[in-house]
Design a protein around this ligand. Structure first.
Ligand code: GUN
Length: 316
């Protein structure tokens, strides 16, 4: 009798364990849902850390100030700069928007910039782009004091980024790296694919991924057979502003998918480049739109403004 009981348990226990593991694999296979990289929450926590640092600076008599130049009345740009100002004030910084008319001449924009460059109360300057046609973006960006260039758009700062020197790094790429870092995503030796080659996102984020030892491919409008690259990617960053560009079929199981797209649809609802609902069924991690990369970009503007203030005060 005891022998029978012994044999019974000997059979039943392994079968039970096997069954449980099968249920688990079944669940993972059929209900695999990506980890959501919650930019809104991560940004909120990060900004709390910045607020504490601003308070510490204030105790020493310094308050960081972010000055934003906005030329014209583009709705999206207006909304971005207002969000940046509000976010700066919420963590105790001073912020101003220098709002210039759509018809402002290049000389007048450059004059404003000169005034802010020389104004000792200003820690960081940001010129919202795009600019109206009569104002050369290149001339304006070249005229920002590199030590106040919190967007990291001045050629000197771009150059430093490309030779791995410490510098101001553009805010969206920096925010993406912080999201990846926060989620403990290892980039070493990974195949990263970046869609879009803009100076604001595609190219600098590629450089930052390369710094983390990923192998980076940049795709763009002339790329032949984009899908071939996407399917093999461990990391996908899409920054082109084309809703629905990346679908479930394009994404390797477990890939990390970062969506920088934010295109308003006919109802004004923001849409990313990634088909979020279907891609999250195969991806390992994914950013939502809104609430993914966007809040991180603004957070990094604040981060860079704080750094600018600390640097000029010689504070570590
Ligand atoms: N326009 C779109 N994105 C940005 C940005 O990050 N900085 C500035 N200055 N303008 C932008």
């Amino acid at each position: 009798f005891f022998c029978l009981i012994y044999v019974f348990w000997l059979l039943i226990i392994p079968s039970f364990v096997l069954m449980l593991s099968k249920v688990q694999t079944f669940k993972e296979d059929f209900f695999m849902v990506a980890k959501i990289l919650d930019g809104k929450q991560i940004a909120k926590d990060y900004r709390q850390g910045l607020k504490d640092q601003v308070e510490a600076l204030q105790a020493e008599g310094y308050t960081p100030k972010l000055s934003v130049i906005l030329v014209g009345n583009d709705g999206a740009s207006q909304s971005y700069v207002n969000s940046k100002k509000k976010a700066a004030e919420k963590i105790g910084m001073i912020s101003e928007i220098v709002h210039l008319d759509e018809s402002t001449s290049e000389a007048d924009v450059l004059n404003e910039l000169k005034r802010l460059n020389e104004d000792d109360s200003v820690s960081g300057i940001l010129v919202q782009v795009p600019l109206p046609d009569q104002v050369s973006e290149q001339k304006v960006l070249e005229s920002i004091n590199p030590a106040k260039d919190v967007d990291g758009f001045h050629p000197e700062n771009i150059g430093k980024l490309y030779i791995d020197q410490q510098t101001f790094v553009p805010c969206t790429p920096l925010g993406i790296m912080e999201l990846l870092n926060h989620a403990d995503i290892d980039l070493e030796g990974k195949d990263a694919v970046v869609i879009g080659r803009s100076h604001i996102v595609g190219q600098p984020v590629s450089k930052l991924l390369l710094q983390k030892n990923a192998s980076v491919t940049i795709l763009h409008s002339r790329t032949k057979d984009m899908k071939r690259y996407l399917k093999n990617a461990d990391i996908i960053v899409s920054a082109v502003g084309r809703p629905g560009l990346v679908t479930k079929e394009d994404v390797k199981e477990g890939a990390v998918v970062i969506d920088v797209g934010n295109t308003p649809d006919e109802n004004g609802k923001l849409k990313g480049d990634i088909e979020y609902d279907e891609v999250k069924e195969v991806a390992g991690a994914i950013t939502p739109v809104p609430g993914g990369v966007g809040p991180m970009t603004i957070t990094m503007v604040l981060n860079n403004t704080l750094i600018a203030e600390k640097m000029r005060r010689g504070i570590e």
